[in-house]
Design a protein around this ligand. Sequence first.
Ligand SMILES: [Zn+2]
Length: 259
Amino acid sequence: MSRTGLWDSHAHLDDEAFNEDREQLIAQLEQDMDGIVNPGCDAASSAVAVELAKKYPFIYAAVGWHPENLKGIPADYLQQLAEWAQHPKVVAIGEIGLDYYWKENEPKEVQKRIFLEQVDLAKQFDLPVIIHDRDAHGDMLELFQKEVHGVQAVFHCFSGSLEMAKELAKRGYYFGFGGTSTYKNAKKVREVMQYIPKELLLFETDSPYLTPVPFRGKRNNPGYTEYTARNAAQVLGMEFEELAAIATANTKRLFKKIK
Ligand SMILES: [Zn+2]
């Protein structure tokens, strides 16, 4: 076990924010973390995620097209994802989903179509999906109620309502908690954390973004998972070690290709 016993279930170590010191950082993280899952956001970042996973035993990859990056998506993108999906260290399809926040994103119907195509691919390879849902809670919930079946999922950096969380928890989906859960004004996120069964809770950073307190405003990195997890232990009235062990077991149950 590493120093913390934690997994960061969602970090973008491929991001250019890590170009300066990626190797040194990863050497430190190998001491501190049990593992890291690095999702891709398009072909280029998925390719780097797979390379990092091949190079470092404790790093795993997910591959997919993020809803912000769908302009000009190649016609054969599913074939490329399918190739990667067969690699033993590719543990999920993601991050994929809906993003209605940025007006320049592709229209809702396009986003939904490409999201559902990637969900189908995940099913085909018996992989879970990593969900990005920004300002699209209603449509996302409806998709999971009506169209998405037979695939396991984690709602990364969950920002929906308690009502939505109840619907998702009822169906056994997982929830990723990161830096936002440590922010003073994030009462809703902590309510969801307290409500859901502990067996559905994962920790993450979304590095280099969404840095937890007390480093908010600085570059995030997977090592800061510890601050989110210590805060969560306090919120839930649990020992840190106990909660870390539960979250790690959850991460390995969801991403079942993790060895
Ligand atoms: Zn992300």
